[in-house]
Design a protein around this ligand. Structure first.
Ligand SMILES: [Fe+2]
Ligand SMILES: [Fe+2]
Length: 270
């Protein structure tokens, strides 16, 4: 029976998104039941980019379809973009688990908790992906109908050699950005009468606070081990890897609920 880390890499390689979501749920269930062991890490087998359907059309970030929420096509474009974000989020959580569970930046006593946390995140993301896909079906579309861009994956992939940087860029910067922008999207969807999509985005929004919180907790834990001051180290990493991404307006309330205080992200650039 393959162990957790090898199964995780196999799911990263899976090209069919629905299978990927199903396999993630199955793995989370088996892990929770204590049916599999953690296993050794084999970071060399982690794919450079996760499996995607062969016919998925990749376009430049500026070339994805417009998302005017007032039109059915615009709402489909918005939900399609979110489905793509959720699919990437499954893979980012699985990559975190496969790549960093045995990282020297963590203490041995922390590894099981770390693996469990990111598998739980992957499990949530798989559910988010499935919910958005079900809504796309109701609207007469499906994931893969439109072009997607790889910006999110590439931004995170650049941090593959540094756990603190990955935590700073993926959950604490990119996922926290989702907390900033989602409430206004929910409001717009409600105003145009699409309460079903609004309800789904609201569920996702609440659960994303927990993902950012896990990012902050692990970032602080890694900083404690390495003797770094978390807020300053976060700022250094953002400046190094993705300086243009830290722009307001910020959802201070949701960020604070996740433990992400202003001292981290209110950076003054020289
Ligand atoms: Fe999500
Ligand atoms: Fe998330």
């Amino acid at each position: 029976m393959p162990d957790l880390l090898h199964r995780t890499v196999a799911i990263l390689r899976e090209c069919d998104p629905k299978q990927k979501a199903r396999q993630t749920h199955a793995l989370a269930k088996e892990w929770k039941a204590g049916a599999i062991i953690l296993g050794k890490s084999d970071t060399a087998s982690i794919p450079q980019s996760p499996g995607r359907p062969e016919d998925l059309q990749t376009v430049a970030p500026g070339a994805v379809p417009r998302r005017r929420i007032g039109t059915p096509e615009g709402r489909i474009a918005l939900l399609h973009a979110i489905a793509h974000i959720e699919l990437n989020a499954i893979d980012l959580a699985l990559d975190m688990l496969a790549r960093f569970t045995h990282d020297p930046a963590l203490a041995d006593t922390q590894r099981l908790r770390f693996a469990t946390d990111w598998l739980e995140v992957a499990d949530d993301e798989a559910r988010h992906f499935t919910m958005i896909c079900a809504r796309l079906t109701q609207l007469g579309s499906y994931y893969g109908a439109l072009g997607v861009h790889q910006g999110l994956w590439e931004a995170a992939y650049n941090t593959r050699n540094d756990l603190a940087a990955r935590l700073a860029i993926a959950p604490m910067l990119l996922e926290a950005r989702g907390l900033d922008v989602t409430p206004s999207m929910v409001g717009k969807l409600e105003r145009v009468g699409d309460s079903q999509s609004a309800t789904i985005l609201n569920i996702i929004y609440k659960e994303e606070i927990g993902h950012v919180a896990k990012g902050v907790r692990w970032f602080n834990a890694v900083c404690e081990i390495s003797g770094k001051e978390p807020e300053l180290h976060f700022q250094d990493l953002v400046k190094m890897y993705l300086p243009a991404a830290l722009r307001g307006p910020f959802n201070h309330k949701a960020r604070e609920q996740a433990g992400l205080q202003k001292g981290y992200y209110e950076i003054s650039y020289p």
